[in-house]
Ligand binder design. Structure first.
Ligand code: F6P
Length: 549
């Protein structure tokens, strides 16, 4: 029993039923499941908006899915979902509402936090962003010397970087190609240096993105960017034309010297990793234009509505969350691969790493009790086909079970030259071939039938039974990107709800921040920092010695 009176997750009858089912399932092969049900490839699918989701290549039967749904029902996943949409303070450790869904709510929706409808505020900021984005795009907003803005540099980290940077890459085909848009996040000076070395400060707008406006990496880079601009333009007044802020903290923004009229607001009920459809998306909006940004929000909304209203049997985020539970908690899978067969989604997995791992990398339950089960997986992956020539070997024939999501599109986007468009079928042939090979493998008999020498047979046999989800859409449009991201946001929510953890705090990043502050004087001044452990002390000593050589 938990302190809050709930039965511990792993003591529930639903958990026990799944554990028993897992034992009975041990010898089940995907080959047999498909042989027994020729309709499986059609039946185990969902259409959500533009996303066709095929989960037939999973190690599940109707019974598995039923048991998983029973677990979700017993853990009140939908009740917590409704509480989230209603604006209740489900982020218990920070006592905050969790309302990224309000960021894409229609104008006439009512979502209340402490009795106040937040939707009008959301739309007011969207309008302010749109007006500003249009001014930059049209050349009406000029730099301090009257020159047109040709470069936009987003300075932020974590959720204030990964979302907009990922979406910018994803939607590059829809961007204004006359604008150079870059993202700086790392406090390593090389990041800002490389992002600005070929730019003209008179034509560069810095978008300083920080929810708290206290994050050391961002404030350090923003301060350096300000010096770069002021050194070139020589007038403090230039800051007002070359810096805007995206933040919840007007006081700190003003302290930095940015006119709060040029601050785009969001709210404490938007988590950093759930924020790129808020003001944090300004750089993206400048790049793709307000209309496409709106289309992206509509995509998010479509999946929000689906998550909110689809029955459990047809609810895609619920299903994806439950499949992750099945592998992570009942098959000892430690990781989850996300493999987009789309060059433009090159940053998607990095973005999902924060979304998933910062949300569900927890070992304490909502009531403070330790967890007694596995929680969030390691999320990893890169775009296909590159991964095929790197780490897929381990997925196919290694000793670890790695469930994977394959994301692909029927058509390329943008203005690919004729011949390059033709490469798309080859890309997608790989996409389909990989999930087929992972699911069905190649038996020793099949290898022998090819005349392979007996001693080679074990090496050339593929066990198969590697589970994958295939997500297929026509084209990577702004709306489809919104749909995809919302799908993962809600999947992460489902898993956190079942594991009974707070998916919306991130206390695990605090200790490192505090220690970095403490260690810094030892590096800069050689100060004798009390409490430094012997290993770190010796390392810092070696660092200083090497630096002086
Ligand atoms: O990594 C911790 C974190 O708080 C993230 O959750 C957040 O996205 C990031 O830092 C940046 O925070 P801010 O937007 O306040 O600068």
């Amino acid at each position: 029993m938990n302190a809050d009176g709930r039965t511990r997750l792993n003591h529930t009858p639903e958990w026990a039923a799944l554990a028993k089912h897992r034992e009975e399932f041990a010898d089940t092969r995907l080959r047999d499941l498909f042989a027994a049900d020729p309709q499986r490839g059609d039946a185990y699918t969902l259409q959500v908006g533009d996303l066709y989701i095929d989960y037939s290549k999973h190690l599940v039967t109707d019974e598995t899915l039923r048991l998983l749904r029973e677990l979700a029902a017993a853990r009140d996943v939908f009740a917590l979902r409704d509480a989230m949409f209603r604006g209740e303070r489900i982020n218990v450790t920070e006592n905050r509402a969790v309302l990224h869904t309000a960021l894409r709510a229609p104008r006439d929706a009512v979502v209340e936090v402490d009795g106040e409808n937040v939707v009008p505020g959301v739309h007011a900021v969207l309008e302010k962003m749109a007006a500003f984005a249009e001014r930059v795009r049209s050349g009406e907003w000029t730099g301090h010397t009257g020159r047109r803005i040709r470069n936009v540099v987003n300075v932020g980290i974590g959720g204030s970087d990964l979302g907009p940077a990922m979406a910018y890459e994803a939607l590059r085909a829809f961007t204004d190609r006359d604008l150079t848009v870059r993202f700086v996040s790392n406090v390593d000076g090389a990041d800002l240096h490389e992002a600005t070395r070929d730019l003209d400060p008179a034509e560069t707008l810095f978008v300083i993105a920080s929810k708290t406006f206290t994050t050391i990496e961002t404030i350090t880079n923003a301060t350096s960017a300000r010096s770069w601009v002021l050194d070139a333009l020589g007038d403090q007044a230039a800051v007002a034309r070359h810096f805007v802020a995206l933040s919840t903290n007007a006081e700190k923004v003003a302290e930095f010297g940015i006119d709060v009229a040029n601050m785009f607001e969001f709210w404490d009920w938007v988590g950093g990793r759930y924020s790129f459809d808020s003001a944090i998306g300004l750089s993206l909006m400048i790049a793709i234009g307000p209309e496409r940004f709106r289309q992206m929000l509509e995509g998010f909304r479509l999946v929000d509505e689906h998550f909110r209203s689809a029955p459990a049997e047809a609810n895609a985020p619920l299903l994806m969350g439950l499949l992750g539970i099945w592998y992570g908690n009942f098959h000892d899978a430690q990781s989850h691969a996300v493999l987009p067969y789309a060059h433009y989604l090159s940053r998607l997995t990095a973005y999902l790493q924060q979304l998933d791992m910062e949300s569900n990398g927890k070992s304490v339950q909502r009531d403070g009790e330790p967890v007694h089960w596995q929680t969030g997986p390691v999320v990893w992956g890169t775009p296909g086909t590159n991964g095929q020539h790197a780490y897929y070997q381990l997925i196919h024939q290694g000793t670890k079970l790695i469930p994977a999501d394959f994301i692909g599109f029927a058509r390329p986007v943008g203005e690919l030259r004729g011949g390059l468009r033709g490469q798309h079928d080859l890309l997608m042939a790989n996409f389909f071939a990989q999930t087929q090979a992972l699911a069905f493998g190649k038996t020793a008999e099949e290898v022998r039938a090819e005349g392979v020498a007996e001693e080679q047979v074990p090496h050339r046999t593929f066990p198969g039974n590697r589970p994958t989800t295939t997500i297929l859409a026509r084209e990577l449009t702004p709306s489809v990107l919104g749909q995809l991201v919302a799908l993962y946001e809600h999947k992460v929510f489902v898993q956190g709800a079942i594991w009974n953890i707070d998916s919306f705090d991130q206390w695990g990043v605090e200790l490192g921040k505090v220690l970095a502050k403490r260690v810094e004087p030892a590096l800069t001044e050689g100060a004798d920092v009390p409490g430094l452990d012997p290993s770190t002390k010796a390392l810092v000593g070696r660092y200083r010695e090497l630096r002086e050589r």
